[in-house]
Design a protein around this ligand. Structure first.
Ligand code: GLN
Ligand code: ZN
Length: 743
């Protein structure tokens, strides 16, 4: 009989209890003992869920007070000097200082860098290596959790990140692979400890096997795993996920490990080759339940697809989710407001465990074939691509810019902002009252208009050139549109960890998307009525709405993206008709959807860029299209950025050096249209000095011609307060005037 297990489980708790406890601890509201108790409770619930669902193994080691990669940094002694612990008994505060720069004890210090975990929306803390890096094993937390689970009666399978993936994730030395000879002995010691702790199996995650790896890294696998296998008293399950193994397939299956896990959701085509590649004793773990989405699995399909494998491999076939369930919401039974028809279609982490169990039963000899789920007919990607081709503005930028300049008569170095203004406590309060039905729509809308009028008034006083309405009506740039559009499901408790205690609740794309009515027009039109200066219309782009939602699995992502683009095109049309002459379409998540493997890039950009262009394909030449992206590393995607052909792009750059500007200014032809590199960092409460901003602008002018340069902060201002925003923008406007005077 096939066995069942998972690679990991969410650790936030079904009601986000860990998040609440962490934040309470950081604020000094609860002590460490209380925090630890919540952690222990979450762990025991997670383990019990696995046991109840009949999984053969309970996965341990996936819990973290903040991040699993940080767990490993502490386990191997990768602790930069600034985090040195003062009181040896307070390791947890040291951990939090590494994660977020502060903790109830110890002095504040610069936190570790954080970045995205492969192509997910989870962020990990980047291991910070030094040239003279030494490692020292301190695995007590993991051994303790193993004992804790064993004492609760679990058949424990510890999980660790493999040495090569761990090194790959780190920074600070030219080639982290050089550190392998020093790190490897720590792993050997760790495996010995886990075997002593009676772990029959240890899961080792090496998701970098799904990347385009340099030869040097590929070559490191065989000797590394020979050493690990040799030293290990436990059996080793090598797990890779998120991406096909492809040229690393043979390599992975040839390693001297006792089992291999593959992501059959992302790489179903690789399933067929597995049996031939598998050693006689080896276990094959197939991830067939999508760990990154919320839909029920088509179990009938997998029952058919896996039947031959189940027969051939028996107990050596393990059924699993594609990746850790960290990327799924926790438990559907906590949802109270969902329509029954929607609920029927969904599975969160807890329900995915039951799906594994159901699949296991369905693969027993003689089990009846499960009923097929209805399939939707949908357009193919080829049809989408055909519709996207040739949908672009009639005039090239060179012609548009002339009419736009004549229309707006903006000064050189026009000043603007990225869209949102402070979301004040009062505004949040009023929104909450509206959602709870305590105030009428009329009252809520009156309040929003007052917020907008106030934002316009402030911008007029500051002397900005292109105004924004401030986004008072949105709590979130994707959720707002998801709520306005048809085709989305909104959950009450579909939270997924993004980083530390931060969780996101992505809307679910559940059907065909359409726009029943205008979404932003009344707010933009009202804002424009309050000023003679241009007010930018403000939309979230189709790729960002898609990438920050749970997508459908029954149709290609490109098809959903086109549906969103169509809805946004209608919105753009209505904004234009309402007299809005500048429209910004934000795409901060464009880069996020880029496939992990370079071979998929062209395909992705073809439809992603096509959908963006589609949204504004009908606008008049005199209407100016802006876009915004919250990052500055455009190295590999510059062609796509240029292809968007927005009249103006604003980007984050305040924290990055001039490397970025070189990309924009010229090396590869540069950015042909207008550009506003953020001149100060809005993520910090610090108000930038005028002189500093003057210097920054002058620096920018060395690489970007004055007639192309816009002046703006590097992102929206919703997380700041008005006092900070007022002073910062005043300095920005004054600095611009100073620089203009010298042109
Ligand atoms: N227009 C949005 C804002 O200003 C953009 C947010 C973002 O880039 N993430 O808030
Ligand atoms: Zn931004």
């Amino acid at each position: 009989m096939a066995q069942t297990h998972i690679l990991g489980y969410p650790r936030i708790g079904a009601q986000r209890e860990l998040k609440r406890a962490q934040e309470a601890y950081w604020k000094g509201e609860i002590d460490q003992k209380a925090l630890r108790a919540v952690g222990a409770q979450v762990r025991s619930q997670n383990w019990r869920a696995q046991q109840q669902a009949g999984l053969a193994y309970t996965t341990v080691g996936d819990f973290a007070w903040y991040d699993q990669v940080l767990n490993h940094s502490l386990m191997f002694g990768v602790v930069p000097e600034r985090f040195a612990v003062d009181a040896a008994d307070n390791k947890l505060d040291q951990y939090f200082r590494m994660a977020r720069g502060r903790a109830p004890s110890g002095a504040p210090v610069a936190a570790s860098a954080m970045t995205k975990w492969f192509d997910t929306n989870y962020h990990y803390l980047v291991p910070e290596f030094s040239a003279d890096q030494e490692f020292a094993l301190d695995s007590e937390w993991l051994l303790e959790e193993v004992r804790e689970a064993q004492s609760l009666g679990h058949n424990v399978k510890p999980v660790v990140i493999g040495p090569l993936t761990y090194l790959w994730l780190g920074r600070g030395v030219e080639n982290p692979l050089d550190l392998l000879p020093k790190l490897l002995p720590q792993y050997l010691a760790l495996l010995a400890q886990l075997a002593d702790a009676a772990a029959q199996w240890v899961q080792i995650d090496e998701p970098i096997l799904g990347l385009d790896l340099p030869a040097q890294w590929r070559d490191a696998f065989a000797p590394t795993y020979a050493a690990l296998a040799n030293a290990s008293g436990s059996k080793l399950l090598l797990a890779s996920y998120f991406s096909p193994l492809r040229e690393n397939f043979d390599l992975a299956f040839a390693l001297p490990v006792d089992g291999v896990h593959i992501d059959a959701v992302r790489a179903p085509e690789e399933l067929a080759s597995t049996v031939g590649a598998l050693g006689r004793q080896q276990v094959l773990s197939v991830g067939v339940i999508n760990g990154r989405n919320v839909w029920r699995t088509d179990l009938a399909h997998w029952q058919r697809a896996l039947a031959p494998l189940a027969e051939q491999l028996g107990e050596r076939l393990w059924l699993s989710a594609s990746c850790s369930l960290l990327h799924s919401p926790v438990d559907l039974t906590t949802e109270s407001g969902l329509a029954e028809s929607d609920r029927q279609r969904l599975a969160y982490a807890r329900q995915k465990l039951d799906e594994l169990n159901a699949l296991q039963q369905a693969l027993l000899p003689g089990a009846a074939q499960l009923a097929d789920t209805a399939k939707t007919e949908s357009r193919s990607e080829a049809e989408v691509r055909a519709e996207l081709a040739n949908t672009w503005r009639a005039q090239p930028f060179s012609e548009r810019v002339a009419v736009q300049r004549a229309r707006w008569e903006l000064p050189l170095l026009p000043t603007t902002t990225i869209g949102s203004f402070p979301q004040t406590d009062v505004l949040r309060q009023v929104r909450k009252q509206f959602r709870n039905g305590e105030i009428s729509t009329q009252d809520y809308h009156d309040h929003l208009r007052a917020e907008i009028a106030e934002a316009i008034r402030r911008q007029e006083i500051l002397g900005l050139d292109v105004l924004v309405h401030g986004e008072a009506e949105r709590n979130d740039m994707v959720e707002y549109f998801g709520e306005q559009l048809d085709g989305f499901i909104h959950t009450g408790n579909g939270w997924v960890q993004s980083y530390g205690s931060r969780c996101v609740k992505p809307p679910i794309i559940a059907g065909d998307i359409s726009r029943p009515q205008p979404m932003t027009v009344q707010w933009s039109a009202y804002a424009q009525s309050q000023s003679k200066k241009p007010v930018k219309g403000m939309l979230t782009g189709p790729v960002t709405i898609l990438n920050w939602s749970f997508p459908r699995e029954d149709i290609p992502r490109a098809v959903s993206c086109l549906q969103i683009a169509r809805a946004l095109r209608e919105e753009v049309r209505d904004l234009e008709a309402a007299g809005i002459g500048i429209i910004q379409i934000d795409e901060p998540a464009l880069r996020e959807g880029v496939p992990l493997r370079a071979s998929g890039h062209d395909d992705y950009f073809a439809w992603a860029v096509g959908c963006f262009r589609y949204t504004c394909s009908e606008v008049k030449a005199e209407t100016q299209i802006h876009t915004h992206m919250c990052y500055s590393n455009f190295n590999s995607i510059m062609d796509a950025i240029v292809a968007l052909d927005a009249d103006v792009i604003t980007i984050e750059s305040a924290r990055s050096d001039l490397r970025l500007l070189q990309v924009f200014a010229g090396e590869q032809g540069g950015y042909p249209n207008e550009i506003g590199p953020g001149i100060y960092d809005i993520h910090s409460p610090n108000v930038p000095e005028r002189a500093e901003l003057v210097a920054r602008l002058q620096q920018l002018l060395e690489v970007i011609p004055a007639e192309k340069l816009w002046v703006n902060p590097d992102c929206g201002l919703k997380t700041r307060n008005w006092a900070e925003v007022g002073s910062a923008l005043l300095n920005m406007v004054e600095a611009t005037r100073t620089v203009r005077a010298g042109l």
